[in-house]
Design a protein around this ligand. Structure first.
Ligand code: TXA
Ligand code: MG
Length: 341
């Protein structure tokens, strides 16, 4: 199958990539969230190649990508009513649902857990690629473990060189990973990893269901294993300015700029409202991350800005938080983790 990207004459031979999957190899592919590094989810030897290439800890399970909802039956046992409703509401899309796996899914995919995370990407190339491969595709984000996730095929090539075949699909729409959720007792939805779908998005679709963020309270539900590691980490240190009034945040950043070693290479990840109020921007690399009202935009640019700062050998990144709601909550969580907290 030849897939046409927009109106350009570039074509992608997806059959070539599907054949690599069928013969036990690994392929990086675009999705609407971030790029995935995929293998046949039924083939433990192929899946091991992902862990090796990423240098991923063996206790961090992989998400299984399906071509459509009818594929649930080939990876999982029966779902509850709420699980089905939840999955149907947000699929195809950036929602990963944890459900009991069946015996087709080898333990290496789930790192020994009885639950498997499944999602259907909302991305034409990804779906066609999975269909042509004919099997569910286990895939983590296509980055070296601990580094920012790839949101463009150039980032994948940057990280892995030519050692891994890459389906070149340009920039990812969301630029942040899927939201990982689990339903408890057919009653409560737990968010085990925050992502492109916010708690508020789920609340809007399920106003009568309790929704909790796992790991941030005294609860028996733990956040996803992947959230335990330092993640999204650039080479630079990060200074994080708390979210307050615009003027106050600008003043704080101006003070920081006045006090730091002038030899350090500085990047500013700042909203446009703040950039206007900054006084000492000379020789600083300024990344405009959009409006303070639009945390979603800031989040979508975060990984590519982090990767770019690495490539520019930045020593110090100065950024600010967003209000702790919707995509702002996720932006703040990712910034803290990128900064090593
Ligand atoms: O958007 C995404 O989710 C991307 C694209 C490629 O689909 N994938 C992705 O995969 O971000 P990865 O491996 O970078 O992150 C998967 C997260 C990890 O935090 C992992 O611990 C969690 O999901 N996870 C996967 N399977 C799980 C399971 N069975 N139980 C608990 N957590 C699980
Ligand atoms: Mg990842």
């Amino acid at each position: 199958m030849l897939f046409y990207i927009k109106s350009t004459i570039k074509t992608i031979n997806l059959i070539k990539f599907a054949t690599i999957i069928k013969t036990g190899g690994i392929v990086a592919f675009p999705t609407e969230t971030v790029y995935g590094l995929g293998a046949n989810a039924f083939n433990p030897i192929a899946v091991q190649k992902i862990y090796d290439a990423k240098r991923r800890p063996a206790d961090n399970p992989l998400i299984v990508h399906l071509a459509d909802i009818t594929w649930l039956d080939i990876v999982a046992n029966k779902l509850t009513d709420l699980e089905i409703k939840l999955f149907k509401t947000f699929s195809p899309g950036p929602l990963t649902l944890l459900i009991p796996k069946n015996n087709n899914i080898p333990n290496i995919v789930t790192a020994g857990s009885k639950l498997v995370g499944v999602r259907i990407p909302n991305h034409k190339i990804a779906i066609d690629f999975i269909h042509l491969s004919g099997v569910p595709i286990a895939a983590p984000s296509a980055n070296i473990s601990g580094k920012p996730s790839a949101t463009h095929h150039k980032h994948v090539i940057n990280a892995f060189g030519n050692s891994i075949p890459v389906i070149k699909g340009g920039a990812s729409k969301y630029g942040v990973e899927s939201t990982v959720v689990k339903v408890e007792n057919d009653k409560i939805i737990y968010i085990l990893r925050q992502g492109a779908i916010s708690k508020e998005d789920i609340k809007q679709a399920f106003p009568n269901v309790k929704i909790k963020i796992a790991g941030d309270e005294i609860s028996s539900i733990k956040a996803s294993p992947g959230t335990r590691y330092r993640h999204y980490a650039p080479k630079a240190k990060i200074i994080i300015v708390p979210y307050t009034q615009v003027k106050q945040m600008a003043e704080e950043i101006n003070n920081i700029l006045n006090s730091i070693n002038p030899k350090e290479k500085i990047a500013l990840f700042c909203s446009k409202e703040l950039i206007r109020l900054l006084k000492n921007k000379k020789k600083k690399i300024v990344y405009n991350i959009g409006s303070l009202q639009n945390a979603k935009e800031a989040l979508s640019k975060l990984y590519s800005n982090l990767i770019d700062s690495d490539n520019q050998n930045i020593d110090l990144i100065i950024t600010h938080l967003y209000p702790d709601t919707g995509s702002g909550l996720t932006y703040n969580e990712r910034i803290y983790r990128a900064g090593g907290k």
